[in-house]
Design a protein around this ligand. Structure first.
Ligand SMILES: [Zn+2]
Length: 195
């Protein structure tokens, strides 16, 4: 039930992750391809993967020259750093902040704190047995992404991990354009660089 990310280590980069607010993005692999092509066309990332990623085989699409245009603090982009690229994850995955993550969640209907049962339910969500969670307090049922998370989390079969981009940040207009292209709202999950 843990995210399919490597365990923390001294070299782990901070990660800014865009996650659609839906468990199952339809045709997610072709969506991933079209989003990637859109980013490449704008020179936000390079077209071919290189060893600038952190997860899996370490392959990612390296940061491109026009990333400066979409960052809030372009000076802090990871140019020249070992981990700087975009990894596209097209498998069901749980994205939660590391470090001081409190596993808190709220019901949008009854406003009760339901973090404990919600995070326990990921044992059924992760293998794909369900996309929804049902509030044990009031019976409200929705895609698990429809619940409230004080510390943003994401649960989806699609995720875009920008390695080392946390400090630079993404401009809201870019995140909006990204979500529009994807067809679903996105959450920004931030995994800070551990000390
Ligand atoms: Zn409720």
């Amino acid at each position: 039930m843990l995210p399919a990310l490597p365990s923390n280590g001294p070299t782990m980069p901070s990660q800014l992750i865009l996650v659609p607010q839906i468990s199952t993005v339809p045709a997610h692999e072709s969506k991933a391809q079209s989003l990637l092509a859109w980013l490449v066309r704008q020179q936000i990332v390079e077209a071919l993967p290189t060893t600038c990623g952190f997860g899996g085989r370490g392959m990612a699409y390296a940061i491109g020259p026009a990333a400066r245009r979409i960052a809030e603090r372009p000076d802090l982009l990871p140019y020249g750093q070992r981990y700087n690229g975009l990894e596209v994850i097209s498998g069901r995955c749980i994205y939660v902040p590391t470090g001081d993550f409190l596993e808190e969640a709220g019901c949008p209907e009854c406003r009760q704190e339901i973090g404990v049962p919600l995070f326990a339910s990921l044992e059924e969500w992760f293998p794909g047995e369900t996309d929804v969670f049902c509030c044990p307090e009031c019976g409200f049922e929705d895609d698990i992404n429809g619940f409230l998370f004080l510390q943003p989390c994401g649960f989806s079969n699609l995720g875009f991990i920008f390695n080392g981009w946390v400090e630079a940040g993404l401009r809201p207009a870019f995140v909006e354009a990204f979500a529009e292209r994807l067809g679903f709202a996105v959450r920004q999950v931030v995994i800070e660089q551990p000390l």
